[in-house]
Write a protein that binds this ligand. Structure first.
Ligand code: NDP
Length: 287
C-alpha cells in the first residue's frame, strides 16, 4: 500500500524534497507518494492542514519556512518532541506517536515532532571526511538553523564552539538559553561575539546565516582562518565559500545537509536506512 508524505511550507513550489524522497523510495523499493503542500502562513491553517493529513492516513510530514516554530508549539501541546526538536525550538519532521495512540489518544492528539536538520549537517560533514571530534568550530548566525545544529555538533565531540552573529545579543542569549536547558551543552565551552570580531584559527567555520539570499557579504576578518568552511545555503554562488577557498580551505555548500536531514526523516518514518552517498550521486546525475 502506498505510504503518503508531504512537505508543508509557504512558498513551497521550489522544494526539492519530493525528488529527494522519491529517490530514497526507489533505493529501498518502498511505495510512497511525497507531495508539496502549500499552506497559508497562519497557525490555524497549519494545524488544519496537519490534522487533515494525518487523520486521513498520512504517515509523515516535513515542515519548512515559515512553520517550524508553529510545528514545535503544535507538537509540544500534543504528541511530544524529541530532544533535538526541544533544543532546536523547531520541528522539521512530523509523525504519529504510536505509543500514545495505543494508550487511547486520537491521531490529532498524537502528532509528534522531531528535528533532523542539525544531525543532517553533522552527517554530511562526517561524509566529507572533515573531523568533528576535538574540532574548534565557529558557527556564524543565531537564527533557527544555527540553533538546531548546536546540540548535534556538541554530541559529535567538538572541542570548542564560538557563535558569531550580526546582532551579538542574540548569540549571547542563545548560548545562555541552551546552556540552561541542556546539561550536555552547558558542559561545553561556548563563546559568543559579533561576526566582524570573529578572528583567529578554527578547524571548521559554518555559515548558518541567511545572507546568501540577499547577495550581501559577511564582514569576515582578514585574520579569520580555517581548514574547512561550510555554508548551509546551496544552489548559488556563495561569497562566504569563495572567501575561504581563496585561503586554501576545503569548502562545501549545504545541499548534502538537505539530503542528510531528509534521509533521517525518511528513516524515522519508514524504518529503511538510506545510503546517502548513493542517493546524492543519483540526484546529481538528474539535476
Ligand atoms: P533565520 O531568519 O532564523 O536567521 C537568519 C540569521 O542570518 C540570523 O543570525 C541573522 O542575523 C543572519 N543574517 C541575515 N541577514 C544578514 C545580513 N545581511 N548580515 C549578517 N547576518 C545576517 O534563518 P534560518 O536560521 O532559518 O536559516 C539560515 C539559513 O540556513 C538559510 O539560508 C536557510 O536556507 C539555511 N538552511 C539550510 C538548510 C539545509 O538543509 N541546507 C536547513 C535549514 C536552513 P541577525 O540575528 O543579526 O538578524
Amino acid at each position: 500500500m502506498t505510504q503518503h508524505f508531504i512537505v508543508i511550507g509557504n512558498p513551497i513550489a521550489h522544494s526539492k524534497s519530493p525528488a529527494i524522497h522519491e529517490q530514497f523510495a526507489r533505493q529501498v523499493g518502498a511505495d510512497i507518494s511525497y507531495q508539496r503542500q502549500y499552506c497559508p502562513a497562519d497557525d490555524a491553517s497549519f494545524i488544519a492542514v496537519v490534522e487533515a493529513f494525518f487523520c486521513g492516513g498520512g504517515v509523515g510530514a516535513n515542515v519548512t519556512v515559515p512553520f517550524k516554530q508553529t510545528a514545535y508549539d503544535c507538537c509540544a501541546a500534543r504528541g511530544g518532541l524529541s530532544d533535538h526538536a526541544k533544543t532546536a525550538g523547531a520541528v522539521n519532521t512530523l509523525l504519529i506517536n504510536k505509543a500514545l495512540v495505543a494508550k487511547g489518544a486520537s491521531i490529532a492528539e498524537a502528532i509528534y515532532g522531531d528535528n533532523t536538520d542539525g544531525q543532517g549537517l553533522v552527517n554530511h560533514i562526517a561524509s566529507l571526511g572533515w573531523p568533528l571530534a576535538d574540532a574548534r568550530v565557529a558557527l556564524i548566525g543565531a537564527g533557527g538553523a544555527a540553533r538546531g545544529v548546536i546540540l548535534p555538533l556538541v554530541e559529535a565531540g567538538i572541542d570548542t564552539l564560538t557563535i558569531a552573529n550580526r546582532t551579538v545579543s542574540k548569540a549571547t542569549d542563545l548560548v545562555k538559553e541552551l546552556s540552561d536547558t541542556s546539561p550536555v551543552i552547558a558542559a561545553k565551552k561556548i563563546e559568543s561575539c559579533a561576526t566582524s570580531e570573529l578572528s583567529g584559527a578554527f578547524d571548521i567555520v559554518i555559515n548558518a546565516t541567511s545572507i546568501g539570499l540577499s547577495g550581501d557579504t559577511l564582514p569576515l576578518d582578514n585574520n579569520l582562518n580555517c581548514q574547512y568552511a561550510y555554508d548551509m545555503m546551496y544552489g548559488r554562488a556563495l561569497p562566504f565559500l569563495q572567501h575561504f577557498a581563496a585561503r586554501d580551505a576545503q569548502v562545501s555548500e549545504g545541499y548534502g545537509m538537505l539530503i542528510g536531514q531528509a534521509a533521517l526523516s525518511f528513516e524515522r518514518w519508514t524504518g529503511h536506512t538510506i545510503d546517502v552517498a548513493k542517493a546524492t550521486e543519483s540526484l546529481s546525475q538528474k539535476s
